[in-house]
Ligand binder design. Structure first.
Ligand code: BGC
Length: 507
C-alpha cells in the first residue's frame, strides 16, 4: 500500500494540469471549460473579501500599484473555485487517488482521556531549534515540564541526514543526563514536522524536506528507525520511541485537552499544515490490523496543495519568482502562498518590481532589498500593525533597516502591499478551513491553531473568523490558540501510544 502511494506521489509531479483534468475529477470536468458554466454573480463575496483601496494623491502611481497587485487580489469566483478544488483533492487523497494532498493516516484513533500517567519524553524537530522535553503527567494533566533547546546549524540542516540524526541522539543523551534519568526507561513521542508516509504510529517515511531543511540522502527513509539507530549507536539512554507525529497532530491533541470540541488543528508558522478528525470508515490507507477504530486523525499536508497544477489559476509571476528562489522548487505550492517562511519574500519580490518600475523609493534599490529572505514575515506583521493601529511607527524603521530612502507615498504603498499579501494568505487558509468544517458532521467545532504567523500577525485571526464564517455559514466554530502542541502534544501522543499498545497486546 505504502509503496503504491509513493509511486503515485512520484508520478503526480509529472502530471500536467490538463492531464489531471482528463483523468477526471467530476466537478472539475464540468469546470474545465469556461464556456460550460455561467460565471456566478458574486458581487457579495467580491466586496466582502476586498481590502480598503489604496489612498494616493498621485493617480499614476496608484494605477501602477493597483495593476501590479491585481492578480494577488482573489476574486469571489476564484475563492469558490479554490474551495471546490480543495474539496475534490481531499476526497481524492483520502481514497488514495492522485491528489496533491497526502491525507496521511496518523494512526491516532483517540484523544487524551484523563488517564495519562507518568514521565514521557518529547522531541520536536521542525525549525532551526531542536527541543527535547520531559513531561510528567498525572491523571492526564501536566504536572512538570523541563525543556532544553539545541540550535541546529545550517550545515546539519542542509547536509548529510545521518549526521543530523546522530546530532539528535546526542541532544537526547545530553538532556537525559542533565535530568539524571540515565537509568530510567522513558517512552518517547517524536514530533517530526515534515511530510511522511505513515505505516503505523511509529513508522514515518520521509517524503520530502520543507522549510529550512534539505538533507536529500535520507528522503524515503523512516524517521523513527533513523532515530532509534542513532540512539542505539550511542547506547547511553533507555528511551523507547513509541510514536512519530506531526506538529499539527500535536496541536490537535493539545487543543483537545483545552477544549473537548477540538476536531481541526492548523499550524500557521514558518511552514503550514492542517489535520482533522476523520471517520475511520472513510480512510482507505490503513496498514496493519484495524481494531474497530471509529475515528482517526488525518494529517492533510496542505502545504503541498497545488503541486499538481490545480491551483495554477491563481499563481502570479511573483509566486513563480518566490518558488525559483526557494530551497526546493516546484514543491509546497500552497505553503509558499501562506506561510511565514514566504510571505515576506512575496512582499520583497513585489517591492523590487515596483522599484524597477520607478514607482517606489524613487527607483533606487538597496542591496538588502535585493537579498532573498531579507524582508522577513515579521516585517510584514509589523507593517500590518501600523495599518491596523492607523499609525506609522514600524514601517519607517524597517525601511531604514533595509537602507531605503522613502517618502509618505512609499510608506502608504508598503502598507498596501503587506495588507494585500496577508489578506490573500488569510483567505486561502480560511477557504480550506471552511471546507474542512463542512466535511465534519459536528454542530460546533473548535479549531486549535499554533504558529508564529498566527500569533504575531495582528489581524490574521480576525480575517479568518470573518472569512470562515462567510464560506461555511452553517457551521459554528471557534479558533483556539493551542500553544506548544509539538511539545506537550507529543508527550500525550506517547501516552496514548502506550495505552493502545497495552490494549492491543491483550486482544
Ligand atoms: C511540513 C508539515 C508541518 C508544517 C508546519 C510543513 O512544511 O511539511 O509537516 O506540519 O510545515 O510546521
Amino acid at each position: 500500500m505504502g509503496s503504491e502511494k509513493e509511486t503515485i506521489k512520484r508520478s503526480l509531479t509529472n502530471i500536467g494540469q490538463e492531464d489531471y483534468y482528463i483523468r477526471g475529477i467530476e466537478g472539475w470536468n464540468k469546470m474545465a471549460s469556461p464556456t460550460s458554466r455561467p460565471e456566478p454573480a458574486l458581487s457579495w463575496l467580491d466586496s466582502a473579501i476586498r481590502v480598503k483601496p489604496l489612498q494616493l494623491a498621485d493617480s499614476w502611481k496608484k494605477q501602477q500599484v493597483e495593476d501590479a497587485l491585481k492578480k494577488i487580489h482573489l476574486t469571489g469566483a476564484q475563492v469558490l473555485r479554490i474551495k471546490e478544488v480543495f474539496h475534490s483533492e481531499v476526497e481524492r487523497g483520502i481514497h488514495e487517488q492522485p491528489s496533491s494532498l497526502q491525507m496521511e493516516n496518523t494512526y491516532i484513533p483517540e484523544l487524551p482521556n484523563g488517564t495519562e500517567e507518568g514521565m514521557f519524553l518529547a522531541l520536536d524537530l521542525g525549525g532551526t531549534n531542536f527541543r527535547v522535553i520531559l513531561l510528567e503527567l498525572s491523571n492526564g494533566a501536566l504536572i512538570r515540564e523541563n525543556v532544553k533547546r539545541y540550535h541546529i546549524r545550517e550545515e546539519l540542516r542542509l547536509g548529510c541526514g545521518e549526521r543530523l540524526f546522530d546530532f539528535l541522539a546526542e541532544c537526547v543523551s545530553d538532556f537525559v543526563r542533565s535530568q539524571n534519568l540515565g537509568g530510567t526507561r522513558l517512552p518517547l513521542g517524536f514530533t517530526f514536522s515534515f511530510p511522511m508516509i505513515q505505516k503505523g504510529l511509529d513508522v514515518g517515511i520521509l517524503l520530502t524536506w520543507t522549510k529550512s531543511f534539505n538533507c536529500p540522502s535520507v528522503v524515503g527513509r523512516d524517521a523513527v528507525q533513523m532515530l532509534r539507530e542513532a540512539i542505539n549507536r550511542r547506547g547511553d539512554t533507555h528511551v523507547e520511541v513509541l510514536a512519530v507525529l506531526n506538529d499539527t497532530t500535536g496541536t490537535l491533541i493539545q487543543g483537545a485537552v483545552l477544549d473537548k470540541k477540538t476536531a481541526i488543528a492548523l499550524i500557521l508558522g514558518t511552514g503550514s499544515n492542517a489535520c482533522y478528525i476523520e471517520r475511520a470508515d472513510r480512510v482507505q490507507h490503513w496498514e496493519g490490523q484495524r481494531h474497530g477504530e471509529k475515528e482517526v486523525i488525518i494529517d492533510i499536508e496542505w502545504g503541498a496543495f497545488g503541486d499538481n497544477g490545480v491551483l495554477d489559476f491563481i499563481k502570479t509571476d511573483y509566486d513563480r519568482k518566490v518558488d525559483e528562489n526557494s530551497l526546493i522548487t516546484n514543491s509546497f505550492t500552497f505553503e509558499k502562498y501562506i506561510s511565514g517562511k514566504y510571505l515576506g519574500e512575496i512582499v520583497r519580490v513585489i517591492v523590487v518590481k515596483l522599484v524597477e518600475d520607478c514607482v517606489l523609493f524613487g527607483g533606487t534599490v538597496s542591496d538588502a532589498l535585493l537579498t532573498t529572505g531579507a524582508f522577513t514575515t515579521s516585517f510584514v506583521s509589523l507593517i500590518e500593525q501600523d495599518t491596523v493601529g492607523n499609525n506609522c511607527e514600524n514601517t519607517p524603521e524597517i525601511l531604514d533597516k533595509l537602507g531605503l530612502s522613502y517618502n509618505a507615498d512609499d510608506i502608504a504603498i508598503m502598507k498596501y502591499i503587506c495588507e494585500t499579501v496577508s489578506n490573500r494568505a488569510a483567505l486561502l487558509v480560511s477557504i480550506c478551513t471552511a471546507t474542512l468544517l463542512e466535511r465534519l458532521d459536528r454542530p460546533d467545532t473548535t479549531i486549535a491553531v499554533d504558529g508564529s504567523l498566527y500569533k504575531y500577525h495582528p489581524r490574521l485571526k480576525s480575517w479568518m473568523n470573518k472569512y470562515i464564517h462567510l464560506l461555511a455559514p452553517e457551521k459554528k466554530f471557534k479558533l483556539l490558540l493551542a500553544e506548544d502542541g509539538s511539545g506537550k502534544g507529543a508527550g500525550l501522543v506517547a501516552a496514548i501510544a502506550l495505552r493502545l499498545k497495552q490494549r492491543f497486546s491483550q486482544t
